[in-house]
Design a protein around this ligand. Structure first.
Ligand code: NAD
Length: 323
């Protein structure tokens, strides 16, 4: 069966997904929408299908099985809700929304409709993450350290706190998601954030440095630190397990034990492809086992970022159950 796919948002990451979908058996891109209609038209010219400025017109006008929602955090309104109500499977880029209220409203619509969903946490599809899970399986986790030391993304909305939620919500969410994937649910966070260096950037309101302490439900502890001050450094994690240490990022994996250190490498480009392949296969067959994070799972990663922002604002620790 061919899976007919539409896009809501045809910007940077949407185009990366299109380049993968065109190579996936059974995937057929049939419609594209973007408030900047020219972007939708460009995609339609390249991949075939119809272009729209309004996603509602796309939902009404084209027969589809699934939608890729590739919007900035602030732009999620009713795109997923209307799609779910129309019975369409949903692939939604991280972070899933800007607020817990919006994410929970969408989560409920997906549950009510019973449609397949994927939260696009592509790090889960890296072999490095799989090796980390395997190395740590069944053992006690002591501590998770993570960092996202990036630069300032070029898209204008990213530097505005009320549009992106800042780096902890926008990019570092990948590291938070990995921490949850390996060490289980987070119970409490305590964060410090500041805008220190990038004060001369026009319109900036996001912190450019931040650090978050974590307490997991298991009793494990952790810290995730981020910066968007160029030139940046690395994105990755260190996990202290039961007399073993796992160190990994998107391409490099190292397992340190008393027997020595073992290293492996991975081509990270494959992760986005696997993510879409798992989603398309799930929609085609109804078997969702190839989706490593559904919408509800992604909401839990969002909650940690939102709790961290709240803690940084109030100066108080925040329980995840309270956001
Ligand atoms: N998983 C990853 O590796 C990865 C990488 C980059 C971005 N992302 C995520 O993808 C999302 C989008 O990021 P991007 O870099 O593609 O941003 P972008 O600004 O390049 O693209 C967003 C697109 O959405 C369109 N848009 C905005 N509001 C809309 C609306 N109401 N209806 C239809 N279209 C609308 C914009 O015109 C733009 O074309 C973000 O949440 C980001 O975090 C994920």
């Amino acid at each position: 069966m061919s899976v007919r796919i539409g896009f809501v948002g045809c910007g940077g990451i949407a185009n990366a997904h299109m380049q993968n979908l065109v190579k996936i058996d059974g995937a057929e891109m049939v419609a594209f929408s973007d408030i900047v209609e020219e972007k939708a038209r460009k995609a339609a010219d390249q991949y075939g299908g119809k272009a729209f400025a309004d996603y509602r017109a796309m939902y009404d006008g084209v027969e589809m099985d699934a939608v890729y929602v590739c919007l900035p955090p602030f732009a999620h309104t009713d795109q997923e809700i209307l799609a779910a109500q129309a019975g369409l499977a949903l692939f939604v880029e991280k972070p899933l929304a800007l607020t817990m209220d919006k994410a929970r409203e969408i989560e409920a619509a997906i549950a009510d409709a019973g449609v397949i969903s994927c939260a696009a946490y592509h790090w889960r599809y890296h072999d490095t993450a799989k090796w980390a899970r395997e190395a740590l399986a069944g053992g006690t986790i002591g501590m998770v350290l993570g960092w996202w030391m990036g630069g300032l993304p070029g898209v204008a909305w990213w530097r505005v706190q009320d549009q992106s939620g800042g780096q902890i919500l926008e990019q570092t969410t990948h590291i938070i998601d990995m921490a949850r994937y390996l060490a289980g649910e987070v119970e409490r966070v305590s964060a410090e954030m500041a805008l220190r260096v990038m004060t001369d950037v026009e319109n900036i309101s996001v912190p450019d440095v931040g650090t978050v302490n974590l307490r997991f439900a298991s009793g494990a502890i952790g810290n995730i630190t981020n910066s968007c001050v160029p030139p940046g450094w690395k994105n990755g994690l260190v996990v202290i397990g039961d007399r073993k240490t796992v160190i990994f990022d998107q391409s490099n994996f190292e397992l340190r034990t008393s027997a020595g250190a073992e290293t492996r490498t991975f081509q990270p480009i494959a992760a986005h492809f696997r993510e879409s392949e798992g989603f398309v296969n799930a929609v085609a067959t109804g078997d969702a086992s190839g989706i490593l994070s559904d919408y509800s799972d992604g909401v839990k990663s969002l909650a940690v970022s939102i709790a961290a922002n709240k803690s940084a604002q109030t100066g108080e620790p925040v329980m995840i159950a309270d956001v």
